[in-house]
Structure formats: structure tokens, C-alpha cells
Write a protein that binds this ligand. Structure first.
Ligand code: NAD
Length: 355
């Protein structure tokens, strides 16, 4: 059964965007990386629509190799008639006997600690995996193709480029410890635009800015789960930087609506920032917030045992959402405090934790 916190989000997304989502009725969607944080949420929305909104269900095919995804997260979908989960590495050439109407390439290795451990697999899924799916899109004559890029393609933006617009070309190292991720996502965007220009494939690219929320595994090693893990398990949050870098965090239900709006838009060949511009918060203030939410938690500074933990770490990250607001009518609405409280409850429900 789907967890009550995710179910609440999914029900709200589906009812508030009912007419838009109906465009998926009776169609086939292929989602790579559907066992991960963002992909599983999209499948949950589609399954909710199949059960509560659509007269004719959509079919969903999820391709996953579980390099970071957890089978447990999507086990409630295994028995669903219109959902198939296939164990497949999309970076390797594959044959598949379907012609999807929509393709969503969500597979990737997103956590910096994990991609530094698997740099080649990270490049492969962002480039070869994407190319395999673009080829499938070409053969299938898809209605739309959504590719997941990242805000990391901007690297460490110069101060005058924060908040960062899509038109900013970035300030990125091609050899540093983050390059396997940032540069392969950049090449991924070039591939998408080239398939659009050469073959007319209706691609859209999203650049998520630090999405968080239920479904983000506690040991993911991104900053929000790291803080919760420290706070829950040892009553002490360990800061691995001086606490000054800032980020803007976007709750997953807002981001999911943004992804769906981009996929269903007419803006082929375009890239969109998807995030939340409400607040840009320092890592120290974020730690204080999580400490307050859990209660009775100290904050301590330490150096990471990972030598390259902070190399090329962007100092600030904040999206300019002008383009997404104008062309997608994307307006994030979940405040950081509310999102963190929902995530706390999800961790309590799913990891048997106590405050
Ligand atoms: N969550 C964010 O804030 C964020 C921000 C920027 C970009 N992104 C991008 O969005 C996408 C989804 O991110 P996420 O947060 O859900 O990450 P995630 O790690 O939770 O999920 C990615 C999924 O892809 C699967 N995968 C990886 N390589 C694969 C392969 N070769 N074949 C099949 N499956 C494979 C993993 O097992 C995992 O389940 C990624 O491309 C990521 O780079 C996410």
C-alpha cells in the first residue's frame, strides 16, 4: 500500500491538475529510473489517476536497474495491472516491444557522494542511456519526451547570475570531481536539442533545483536526508561545510507538477528551471530548521572524510522561474517548513523512527 503522506500529495496533484493529466488517458508512458525518488512519484500520480480519474487507464513501463533506487519504494505497484516494472540498464542497447506515446528519462545517479563513486556509470546513463531512449522516441513517433537535466549544469554561477535564468551558460569545471555529473548532463541537453533539430523529436528538458520530500531515502547522502539522518539517529547534525553555501529547495509535489507541465507543453526544444524561488537558505540555517523540527538536536562542524567533498561545490543556487511561470504556468506553493514536516513524518512512518 502507498504511504499516507505520499498518497496525500499524489491525490492533491491529481485532483488539482485533473484536466491536464487526462491527456495521459489511454496512452503509454515509458519511464526510466521509475524506482528512484522523482520517477516513483510520477508513477504514483499516474496510478492514482488510473484508479480515480481516468476512464481508460494509461499503461506505464518503468525501466530500472536499481543502482540507487530501492525496490521497496515501488513494491505497491507490482500488482497493478497497467504498470510493468522491468529490470533494465538503459545505458546498454535494448530492444523493447512497445511504442510509447511519452518517454520520461528520469534514470540517473543524482547524489554527489554516489556519482563520485560511479563516475562512468553516471556519464553512461546521462549520455548513452539518454541516446538509447531518444532513438526509441524516434522509432515510436512520441508525442513528447522529457529529459531530466539539473541545476548543476550552471556550475558555480557568478553573483550577477543569481537567481539563475535558463539563458545563463554556466561556470563549470570539465575535470573536477563533479564533472562526471555536470558535464554529462550538459551533453545530454545538447543531445536532446540535436534530436529536436535533426529529427523533430518533441523533447523538453527540465533542470530541477534541489528537490526534496517523501521518498528520498534516508541514506541518499544529499543534504536534507543527511541532516534528518543525523538528527534522528544521533541527536546531532554534522555540518561538512562552513554552513555558508545556500540552496533553494523545492518540495516534490510542486516539482512533479512542473515536470508534468513541461512534458505536456508545446515548448519543444526548450529547457526549464523547476524549483522554488521562495527562499534561498544557508546550510547552517537549514541545519537549524531541521534541528528545531526534530527537537533536542545539536549542530556540529566537521571535515568530510571525502577529500573532494567541497571541491567545486557551488556557493549559491537559486532558480529564476520567470520562464517556467510564463510558459508552463508553474507556481510552486509548498513552503519549506511544511515540506520538511511532511518529510519528517514520512521518515517516521517508513524507518520506524522516533523523535
Ligand atoms: N532530486 C533532485 O533534486 C534532482 C535535481 C537535479 C536533477 N535531478 C535528476 O533527476 C533524475 C532523477 O533524480 P532522483 O532524485 O529521482 O534520483 P534517484 O537516484 O532517486 O533516482 C534515479 C533512478 O535511476 C535509476 N538508474 C540509474 N542508472 C540507471 C540505468 N543505467 N538504467 C536504469 N535505471 C537507472 C536508479 O536506480 C534510481 O532508481 C536524475 O537524472 C537526476 O540527475 C534530480
Amino acid at each position: 500500500m502507498l504511504d499516507s503522506i505520499i498518497l496525500g500529495d499524489v491525490a492533491r496533484i491529481s485532483t488539482e491538475n485533473r484536466e491536464l493529466l487526462k491527456r495521459f488517458e489511454d496512452s503509454t508512458l515509458l519511464i526510466s529510473g521509475g524506482g528512484g525518488f522523482l520517477g516513483a512519484y510520477i508513477i504514483d500520480v499516474l496510478q492514482y489517476c488510473n484508479e480515480n480519474i481516468f476512464k481508460k487507464p494509461c499503461k506505464v513501463i518503468c525501466l530500472e536497474n536499481f543502482i540507487t533506487g530501492v525496490p521497496e519504494r515501488i513494491k505497491h505497484l507490482l500488482s497493478k495491472e497497467h504498470i510493468s516494472i522491468m529490470n533494465k540498464d538503459v545505458s546498454k542497447p535494448f530492444e523493447i516491444d512497445i511504442k510509447p506515446d511519452y518517454i520520461i528519462h528520469c534514470a540517473g545517479i543524482a547524489s554527489p557522494t554516489v556519482y563520485r563513486k560511479f563516475p562512468l556509470e553516471t556519464i553512461e546513463v546521462n549520455v548513452m542511456g539518454l541516446k538509447n531512449l531518444l532513438e526509441l522516441a524516434r522509432k515510436s513517433n512520441v508525442k513528447s519526451f522529457l529529459s531530466f537535466s539539473t541545476s548543476e549544469i550552471y556550475g558555480n554561477p557568478t553573483p550577477e547570475n543569481i537567481p539563475t535564468q535558463e539563458a545563463y551558460n554556466g561556470n563549470v569545471s570539465c575535470t573536477g570531481p563533479r564533472a562526471c555529473y555536470d558535464e554529462s548532463k550538459r551533453l545530454g541537453e545538447t543531445l536532446c536539442v540535436s534530436y529536436y533539430q535533426q529529427y523533430g523529436i518533441p523533447i523538453k528538458v527540465v533542470r530541477p533545483f534541489n528537490v526534496y520530500g517523501p521518498g528520498l531515502r534516508l541514506d541518499d547522502r544529499r543534504v536534507i536526508p543527511d541532516y534528518f539522518k543525523d538528527a534522528f539517529l544521533q541527536g546531532k547534525i554534522v555540518l561538512l561545510s562552513d554552513g555558508k553555501p545556500t540552496r533553494s529547495f523545492c518540495y516534490i509535489s510542486d516539482a512533479t507538477i512542473g515536470f508534468i507541465k513541461a512534458l505536456l507543453s508545446d515548448c519543444s526544444g526548450e529547457a526549464f528551471n523547476i524549483g522554488n524561488d521562495e527562499i534561498e537558505i544557508s546550510m547552517l540555517d537549514l541545519a537549524k530548521k531541521v534541528a528545531e523540527i526534530i527537537g533536542d538536536v545539536e549542530i556540529e562542524h566537521q571535515q568530510s572524510i571525502e577529500k573532494n567533498y567541497l571541491t567545486d561545490n557551488p556557493q549559491r543556487r537559486c532558480p529564476d522561474l520567470t520562464k517556467s511561470k510564463k510558459l508552463l504556468a508553474y507556481y510552486p506553493s509548498v513552503h519549506l517548513q511544511e515540506g520538511l514536516l511532511r518529510l519528517k513524518q514520512w521518515y517516521i512512518n517508513n524507518y520506524n523512527l522516533k523523535t
